[in-house]
Ligand binder design. Sequence first.
Ligand SMILES: Nc1ncnc2c1ncn2[C@@H]1O[C@H](COP(=O)(O)OP(=O)(O)OP(=O)(O)O)[C@@H](O)[C@H]1O
Ligand SMILES: Cc1ncc(CO)c(N)n1
Length: 274
Amino acid sequence: MSGTPTGPRVRCLTIGSSDSGGGAGIQGDLKAFARAGVYGSSALVGVTAQNTTGVTATASIDTDMVGHQLRAVLEDIGTDAVKIGTTWSAELVWLLVDRLVWLDEVPVVLDPVMISAAGSALGGEEDAVTAVREGLLPLTWVATPNPAEARRLTRLEEESDPRKLAEAIVELGARAAIITDAFPTGAGDLLFDGERHHEITGPRRVSGCDHGAGCAHSALITAFLAQGMPLTRAARTAHAAVSLAIERGAADIGAGRHPVELHPVGPTTEGPPW
Ligand SMILES: Nc1ncnc2c1ncn2[C@@H]1O[C@H](COP(=O)(O)OP(=O)(O)OP(=O)(O)O)[C@@H](O)[C@H]1O
Ligand SMILES: Cc1ncc(CO)c(N)n1
């Protein structure tokens, strides 16, 4: 699939873990990249035995092997943006920091995954969270935590105001933050771009198909930034596309939280179908 009709192919790298069920993680990211029309590469940092009902086993990949994957991708293919998902350990996070610090002016999107949609733990040990705060956030162009993940990252355990959480993430070094599913009524996200707050709202979908929603959302933002879309438009387009992907989700797949089903979306899409 080509990136843009005329220019060179746009490339995105996702750093994250496998979801054996195919809805979230690396598999969800690569599907989202394809839907956005960009070329996707990956560095696998962990494996989960997972389906729509939850996670039954996890294993992290040896840090050296992660380093080899990053080198293989970046030396040959290169990338126009990077997405980071699961961050299992402090050792892994500091390796990522060591490598990503050399990427000049390449957007880095951090989706700090700590818990799956079905409620299973995915990393989030205290020393890994500290490494994300101290090492990764300062390299991050936009972080996309949900409110619970934002509270963990900022250590503002009692804070319920998404504006305060987003501002705290920017104070920790990220250029911008999007708190997903930020509002008690309706559905939507709160974007703080470092200067202004933007409320991104829409209807709440009740299809039962939200497995992989967060991964699809942050992967689309990665692809859009790689394509040169401004952040506010990327955030709005990603929310609208994921909302539709929940509404039109894969309700026949699995017996738990069914996977989202994304449709083609991007700068070249003729007007939003939603
Ligand atoms: N029921 C819903 N209806 C419409 N949009 C939704 C709904 N639930 C989530 N979204 C949107 O989906 C996107 C992903 O947000 P979400 O909070 O689900 O991420 P997450 O908690 O990180 O997900 P995951 O655990 O799957 O990674 C956001 O744009 C959010 O507004
Ligand atoms: C591997 C993996 N990464 C991220 C998520 C977040 O939804 C998930 N469920 N599984």
